[in-house]
Design a binder for this molecule. Structure first.
Ligand code: AMP
Length: 395
């Protein structure tokens, strides 16, 4: 085996760089941390090496390159690193786990206008790694990869066929690493991979996947990460004719409507609060804020719509999983989603649900026909596993 046995999993945001360093194949986390507010003179950073107490501080990082060089120096160099793992969202005509070379980056660029917040900083970050360390492979698992087996009767939109053939207009799927991780972990915990799973990733952005025997068969997503469930401050699914009416007939203009749908909508927009954080909405609803209450009820309703759809799709389910910030930490939202489901034999245990936060726990009653579990997600490990597997393939 090669002496290089570490995978550096990198997450690049527009002003942040986060990392986790894995030893492979043991999957031991050797280091983790990150830098925020890149571009300012006061960037907070955290670095944890092994079991040592985290080092926290602030420093000036004018750009991502400076932040990466700082982390490299703190890790004692990148010499033992076999590859850098990434979790890019989407590229035109490319999915799966890929070496992030120029053709792949250009296919991501083709979707820059579709994903203006995600693709440009990601592409710049990968190019930076390729420039700083040309011999270090950058390997990305696209978020769409988990859904590559979904069939055309599920992924096609009822629009002219040539829109798909010519322009790639179809449903894809995101949060792939998270849904893959929790459904695999569920199979390990249950001792079988012959399972029908409904995986609810509920966080700053949210989605639901239907998974049969480890493979996604459906998802709440449409073509872009702006679709599907309502999000923190984004609308999710929205009638495209209402959009045309607002933009053209009422004269709001396409740019304003887009801005409202992508930053002033979702739980934030519906509640009228300055935030879409479920904790703030819970607090406001408890104090009698009617719009916060309606936003929370709407969110649970939308989640239940997809769960209902997937129950039919899979002729039932063996396990319902809750993961991510809200799914792991909000007993009240979980209770609202699981209320009145005795028709399909789903019985939540109220005490277990109320007591569970971010730990692997079964929160349904033993008599429940559909088991309900909280499983904290771990997207980074999926990225590290896939990067490691890709390296083994190419050796
Ligand atoms: P994520 O994107 O997975 O990090 O999830 C972030 C979201 O999770 C926040 O916007 C909150 O709505 C929610 N969240 C985080 N912590 C808690 C908590 N302790 N209780 C309830 N909701 C939480």
């Amino acid at each position: 085996m090669s002496a290089k046995n570490k995978i550096l999993v990198s997450n690049i945001g527009s002003t942040s760089f986060k990392f986790r360093l894995f030893e492979m194949p043991s999957e031991k986390v050797l280091a983790k941390g990150g830098v925020e507010r890149i571009g300012s003179t006061d960037c907070p950073y955290t670095i944890s090496l092994g079991d040592a107490a985290p080092e926290k501080g602030t420093a000036s990082f004018p750009d991502h390159g400076a932040a990466i060089r700082f982390i490299e120096q703190k890790l004692g160099g990148f010499d033992g690193i076999a590859a850098v793992g990434f979790k890019p969202v989407m590229a035109k005509g490319i999915s799966g786990t890929q070496i992030m070379d120029e053709p792949v980056l250009r296919a991501m660029e083709d979707y820059n206008t579709l994903l203006p917040a995600h693709n440009p900083p990601y592409i710049a970050g990968v190019r930076l790694f390729n420039q700083l360390h040309p011999s270090l492979p950058c390997i990305g698992t696209f978020e769409t990869a988990f859904y590559d087996h979904i069939g055309p009767a599920t992924y096609r939109y009822p629009v002219p066929l040539e829109w798909e053939e010519k322009y790639g207009i179809r449903r894809y799927g995101f949060h792939g690493a998270s849904h893959r991780f929790v459904s695999q972990r569920c199979a390990e915990l249950r001792g079988t991979d012959k399972l029908r799973v409904i995986s609810c990733h509920l966080g700053g952005s949210s989605s639901i996947a239907a998974v049969v025997d480890g493979k996604a068969v459906d998802s709440s997503w449409g073509m872009t990460p702006q679709s599907g469930l309502p999000q923190n401050n984004r609308a999710g699914d929205f009638d495209c004719f209402a959009l045309i009416y607002l933009a053209r007939n009422l004269g709001l203009g396409l740019d304003n409507v887009e801005k409202a749908l992508t930053s002033q909508s979702g739980l934030k927009g519906m509640s009228g609060l300055a935030t879409g954080d479920i904790r703030d909405l819970d607090e406001a609803a408890a104090k009698g804020n009617a719009n916060a209450r309606i936003a929370l009820d709407m969110f649970a309703n939308q989640i239940r719509r997809f769960i209902g759809q997937f129950l039919l799709r899979m002729n039932g389910a063996d396990t319902l999983i809750f993961t991510a910030g809200i799914g792991e930490n909000s007993p009240s939202l979980r209770a609202a989603v699981c209320a009145n489901l005795d028709f399909c034999g789903l019985e939540l245990d109220p005490e277990l649900n109320a007591a569970t936060r971010a730990t692997e726990t079964v929160i349904s009653k033993p008599s429940s026909k559909i088991e309900v579990r909280v499983i904290p997600t771990n997207e980074e490990i999926v990225i590290a596993r896939n990067a490691w597997a890709k390296l083994q393939e190419s050796h």
